[in-house]
Design a protein around this ligand. Structure first.
Ligand code: MN
Length: 491
């Protein structure tokens, strides 16, 4: 069973009393069948919970109040099998604080030739869902609208994808981020308004003393390290003689994980400029923690750290992988222009193509001992790069579609995990658009989540969304950015 099954989506079907009890009985039966089948679908990662049909303003308001306060409820899915006058929904929908999907479907796939007025009165979502849709639009509630036959794979995939975006919302609203040290000195794009981020996204971003981490590292026992070393040997290729350096990373991993767990944090940051008392910059330790689902941002970048965690949770159980990433250097070979992405150390092995090697090499920054790190190549395939930037007064989420490729070079002297990709629509236009949009050099790089899901997330969180895709041109992007700027100032 998917670990996301603990998140419930309440299936709320509206009607009214105009049609008599017989019709309502059918509405109920059909709704239960749909909820049951969706629940069993391999494309639906979360639980679909049937709720008794609602036919009056009081019933509607009551179920939405319950959804608001139920911790397991990650969102609601509405459908109007018949007609449900939408003024009945105003009081309920206007207090809704959970993600909302309007599933525009109908119980029967085809119209039977023997159709009569009874059949038409019962199966009239083409009619009822338009009334329902209007009130969502009139109330200006952010919501997903998915139209199509409920048993079809594409409809279920879209519903499942939206659920994962909604899981991102619940994770975001409960997220705590632990920071060790501040942002890297003088850097702008990794900064931001933490109060605004908490208001909009729910993130509690707070600092802890590096000295306390050092104390935890020093209290890790040899036996604990021995056990973790066994795991390293099993999962990775130990390609170094400097075992002490690897053991020190194991200590960092154990200590960091303990602190994160005790504080209930899903993400953390550090900076090479504030490692007082530590012998190495966390490399292997951070890579391991990311592999377990923790978010990470280097140089104090709490925004990318939080987004890494959220995207990892959204894509739980899916193949592909998600990592903290950085645009590093370009290859301008004509006709095959590519970006090389990496970081000093901290790339998540969930995106590794091959078995990672544990290596120890000097690090030019930080002035500490040579850190152990995992070295590997990232896998090829379609992916997205995600960056959250603070525009001053609002947050902007930028997503770029990319195609990761097998690195065209061996790069034997580059002792870090590496990845190569082609940004859409191509490197030059893609980079121009990214820079015009203000995208950071740090990103969340994921194979497991789509741009549409990130757009859903941004809408639910009420933050700006900018998508750079195969169809983007500099001209149309400039216009979007200009109009967004005005729109968000008026909001
Ligand atoms: Mn960096």
């Amino acid at each position: 069973m998917s670990s996301l099954k603990r998140y419930e989506f309440w299936f709320i079907v509206g009607s009214q009393h105009l049609y008599g009890p017989e019709t309502l009985k059918h509405v109920e039966e059909h709704s239960k069948i749909i909820a049951d089948k969706l629940n069993q679908s391999e494309y639906i990662p979360c639980s679909v919970v049937y709720k008794p049909i609602v036919t009056t303003p009081d019933e509607i308001t009551k179920v939405i109040k319950e959804a608001n306060y139920d911790e397991n409820c990650a969102g609601i899915i509405t459908w109007m099998h018949t007609f449900s006058p939408s003024k009945m929904w105003i009081n309920g929908l206007s207090i809704l604080n959970k993600p909302y999907c309007h599933l525009h479907t109908q119980f029967n796939r085809c119209i039977p030739n023997e159709i009569d007025m009874d059949f038409m009165n019962l199966n009239q979502s083409a009619h009822g869902d338009r009334e329902h849709g209007f009130i969502g639009t009139r109330l200006r509630i952010p919501r997903k609208v998915i139209a199509g036959y409920w048993e079809d794979k594409d409809v279920q995939i879209r519903l499942g994808n939206w659920m994962r975006a909604a899981v991102g919302v619940i994770v975001s609203r409960n997220l705590k981020v632990m920071r060790f040290g501040d942002n890297m000195r003088h850097v702008a794009v990794t900064e931001g308004d933490k109060v605004e981020a908490q208001i909009k996204l729910g993130w509690q971003v707070n600092t802890m003393a590096v000295g306390d981490l050092v104390q935890e590292i020093n209290s890790v026992t040899d036996a604990q390290v021995d056990a973790l070393m066994e795991e390293y040997k099993e999962k990775y290729i130990l390609a170094t003689d400097n075992i002490q350096a690897v053991r020190y990373q194991a200590k960092i991993e154990i200590a960091l994980k303990k602190m994160l767990k005790e504080a209930g944090c899903g993400a953390y940051t550090n900076t090479f400029e504030d490692l007082h008392g530590m012998e190495q910059l966390p490399g292997l330790a951070t890579q391991r923690l990311m592999e377990e689902g923790f978010g990470f941002g280097a140089e104090g970048d709490w925004k990318v750290s939080a987004m890494t965690h959220i995207i990892k949770k959204m894509s739980e159980g899916l193949p592909g992988g998600t990592s903290f990433m950085e645009d590093y250097t370009y290859d301008f070979t004509i006709g095959n222009e590519l970006t090389l992405g990496a970081h000093m150390l901290e790339v998540c092995p969930s995106i590794a193509e091959n078995k990672p090697r544990i290596e120890v090499h000097p690090l030019g920054i930080g002035g500490k001992n040579d850190p152990a790190r995992l070295v590997f190549e990232g896998r090829s395939g379609k992916a997205i790069a995600v960056s959250l930037v603070d525009m001053g007064g609002r947050l902007r989420l930028i997503v770029q579609d990319v195609e990761a490729v097998k690195p065209i070079l061996d790069m034997p002297k580059l002792p870090v995990a590496r990845l190569m990709w082609r940004p859409e629509p191509n490197l030059k236009t893609g980079a121009e658009c990214w820079i015009l949009a203000g995208g950071a050099h740090h990103t969340v790089f994921t194979y497991s989540v789509t741009a549409e899901q990130m757009q859903d997330f941004a809408e639910m969180m009420d933050i700006e969304f900018v998508h750079i895709s195969k169809d983007t041109t500099v001209e149309n992007l400039k216009q979007i950015l200009f109009l967004n700027d005005i729109a968000w100032k008026l909001k």
